[in-house]
Ligand binder design. Structure first.
Ligand code: ADP
Ligand code: MG
Length: 702
């Protein structure tokens, strides 16, 4: 293993490479574009493209690719060789122009546009996002230069995750700057959302994976009885990392470090076979790109180790699912974190305003925030007693809750609770000051020291959508606060009143208790907080009047763009369930029923053979098993028939909401009904005959 410092960022066209290779003038103009959003002129782009190409060729690159995140849930890349048209002498040059760097034109008609674009208007453009550094990805025989881009239609409508994300960063920058100016900050020139995404995933053996058609087609097990041991002993979380997994993690880290992704933390997660990786936080759009690289790298390195990485939110029923914890804060270019309460938060008026603005934003747009984490797979996870409930609430912790209570009751906060010394009663252990606040693992939106941690996000999803929402709702709240405060005669009085007002009006969103409990569901209902249990129920909030007004006001998305996203979401929901249903039908018909019948036959044969050999012998065991088996076979056959019917019927429903709802209410239910008898069959059929590895094999034998 090489030294981290030597390899970190070695395949990234980062600031030091640019500084070294670009002419001074070009470098400083590019920096201005990156840092201040100034436009880049075309001549400069040519110089940058040339240097980027030379650098990439030295790393073995033959191709470049505009890399983007269309609304398919995956990343997209089309590779072009650095190649000029052959000259008269038949020779070619390795070329890459500024135009090719800044603009690409993939044949866009095959990407989902949700009706934004008819297929005859297929033009789509990728535009260079120079704020996220380009990088070289090596493969066995060569390498490719990747250029992070945004993807838009001919008319400039967003067709991807990146465009609205960049727009939302602009929005929150503008409003947060207004806010800090009110507090006398004249030096910071930019406020950027910082994001650190903790990624959960499962690792299983690839040979076993290849024997599971459900995992191959859908990413999750559609059948599977619980193993004798699950996660009840709590012995996996932070457990010793096994050698095979450690080898894998080392390779993952090395690949990521080379790509400039600061993979920092790794550990075993709660479920057997489950792990987590967290990078050090980065600027929001870079973090979103890096998270895509993390997911890709986990998969590709696993493959090399004959392992399979499962990123689905709920690959196994009955054990924990996987999510992503989206840690979010706002930082100025000169390093001030607006969410840092300091030692005495009650005196930190700017912090209290920022905090109460965020409470207001989250309370007002709870449904939209919930929607931003809605995904087919996440429906199985949220509210499943392991992941945050589907109800959005904010955890502040004792210290801040106490400050807010003081504010609400007396209009003034006079003190902050302090962390006490941690005393273990053992002299040789060091005493240290505890944080003023304990953690709460059950909250979907928790304040954790100097950042908010949004824990609803699904493990497969891009983190772009939740951050678009977080940035924009924060921008709106800051904007409204500034509108009031900028015209106030007495700023200090006005800001005081505003903090108190926000805290009182939105205190209902604060919940410090156990988010997994039944009582909370009841309490949340009393408080009037939305409890949106599924993706299909969440989708309409994308185009509610409030959402449209919010996104249009801050130029993050237009009504048409939102409607297109809504359409894509309904469609992708219906398609995903359709694939799951068809995979189930396939597996049940071709693998499960034949095997169960074969086993039934062997039992029947045994009865006959034993009887023939010894008429007096007792065959009641075989006979009882045969009766049970026949009953389950019948239940399976009936459930299968029903699933086929509703899946066919679903295809006849009009596309969009109606079809998605049908899949949710009818097909999903029929799938559950088929799973039940099959999982019971698995418990009685001879293990050697069962056509696929069991949960026990998958989760414990890596
Ligand atoms: P945990 O929440 O599990 O205790 P950490 O607090 O170390 O773990 O952080 C988890 C993630 O949050 C990491 O990716 C880390 O880089 C990120 N993070 C830490 N501070 C901030 C911050 N101010 N803004 C955004 N992300 C942060
Ligand atoms: Mg965390």
């Amino acid at each position: 293993m090489q030294n981290i410092m030597e390899i970190f960022g070695e395949n990234v066209f980062n600031d030091s490479v640019m500084q070294e290779r670009l002419p001074k003038k070009v470098y400083s103009q590019l920096k201005k574009t990156i840092q201040e959003g100034k436009e880049l002129d075309a001549a400069m782009a040519d110089v940058i493209a040339h240097e980027m190409k030379e650098w990439a060729i030295e790393k073995g690159a033959t191709h470049y690719s505009h890399w983007f995140q269309p609304l398919t849930g995956a990343t997209a890349e089309k590779h072009d060789a650095f190649l000029s048209a052959p000259k008269e002498n038949g020779k070619v040059l390795m070329e890459f122009s500024g135009k090719e760097l800044i603009k690409g034109e993939p044949d866009a008609s095959s990407f989902p546009s949700g009706g934004l674009r008819a297929t005859f208007e297929a033009r789509g453009y990728t535009a260079w996002d120079c704020t996220s550094p380009a990088f070289v990805k090596k493969d066995k025989k060569g390498a490719t230069l990747y250029i992070p881009t945004a993807f838009c239609s001919y008319k400039g409508e967003a067709l991807d995750q990146k465009t609205p994300l960049l727009r939302s960063m602009e929005a929150v920058n503008k409003q947060a700057l207004r806010l800090i100016r009110l507090f006398g900050n004249t030096t910071s020139t930019r406020v950027t959302p910082s994001v650190g995404a903790e990624q959960e995933y499962f690792i299983i053996d690839r040979d076993k994976y290849l024997k599971r058609k459900d995992l191959i087609f859908t990413g999750r097990t559609l059948f599977g009885a619980m193993p004798p041991k699950g996660q009840e002993l709590d012995d996996h979380y932070f457990g010793v990392i096994r050698e095979r997994i450690m080898d894998f993690m080392r390779d993952v880290n090395e690949e990521l470090w080379k790509l400039g992704v600061s993979a920092k933390t790794q550990h075993n997660e709660v479920a057997p076979g489950q792990h987590e990786l967290a990078p050090i936080y980065a600027q929001c759009n870079v973090a979103a790109d890096h998270n895509q690289l993390v997911m890709e790298t986990l998969k590709s390195v696993a493959y090399k180790h004959n392992l399979q990485c499962l990123l689905h939110e709920k690959p196994f029923a009955g054990v924990n699912g996987s999510g992503k914890h989206n840690n979010w804060s706002l930082t100025t270019d000169d390093g001030i974190n607006l969410l840092d309460p300091g030692k005495t938060p009650h005196e930190n008026v700017q912090f209290l305003l920022v905090l109460t603005c965020i409470l207001k934003a989250v309370d007002r747009h709870a449904a939209l925030l919930r929607e931003s984490a809605a995904d087919v797979g996440n429906d199985h996870r949220l509210g499943a007693n392991e992941a945050p409930p589907a109800i959005i609430s904010v955890y502040l912790g004792e210290q801040l809750e106490d400050v807010l209570r003081q504010l609400i009751s007396t209009g003034e906060a006079t003190h902050s609770m302090h962390g006490e010394k941690l005393r273990t009663g053992v002299k040789t252990l060091p005493d240290f000051t505890k944080d003023a606040t304990d953690r709460n693992r059950t909250s979907p939106f928790a304040f954790t020291g100097n950042k908010f941690e949004f824990r609803m996000v699904g493990s497969r999803d891009s983190i772009a959508s939740p951050n678009v929402v977080l940035n924009t709702i924060a921008a709106e709240a800051f904007c409204e606060a500034c509108d009031e405060l900028e015209k106030a005669e007495n700023f200090h009085e006005a800001v005081h009143d505003l903090i108190k007002k926000y805290a009182s009006e939105h205190y209902r969103i604060v919940f410090n208790g156990n988010g997994y409990s039944e009582e909370w569901v009841e309490e949340a209902r009393r408080r009037g907080l939305p409890n949106i249990s599924s993706m299909v129920e969440a989708i309409p909030y994308l185009t509610s009047e409030e959402t449209v007004a919010l996104f249009e006001k801050f130029h993050v998305m237009t009504k048409a763009e939102l409607e297109s996203r809504q359409e894509i979401k309904y469609e992708s929901y219906a398609k995903a369930i359709n694939i799951e249903a068809r995979a189930m039908i396939d597996i049940a018909s071709k693998q499960i029923l034949p095997v169960a019948i074969q086993y039934a036959t062997s039992l029947a044969r045994s009865v006959n053979e034993v009887k023939t050999a010894c008429g007096a012998a007792d065959t009641s065991v075989q006979e009882e098993m045969l009766v049970e088996l026949s009953g389950l076979l019948k239940d399976t056959k009936e459930a299968l028939k029903r699933l086929k019917q509703v899946t066919e019927e679903a295809a006849c429903r009009p596309q969009g909401r109606e079809r998605a709802v049908y899949f949710k209410t009818e097909v999903d239910t029929a799938m559950e009904q088929l799973r039940r008898p099959v999982d019971r069959l698995e418990m009685i059929v001879d293990k050697d005959m069962w056509p696929m590895p069991s949960y026990g094999d998958l989760l414990f034998e890596v």
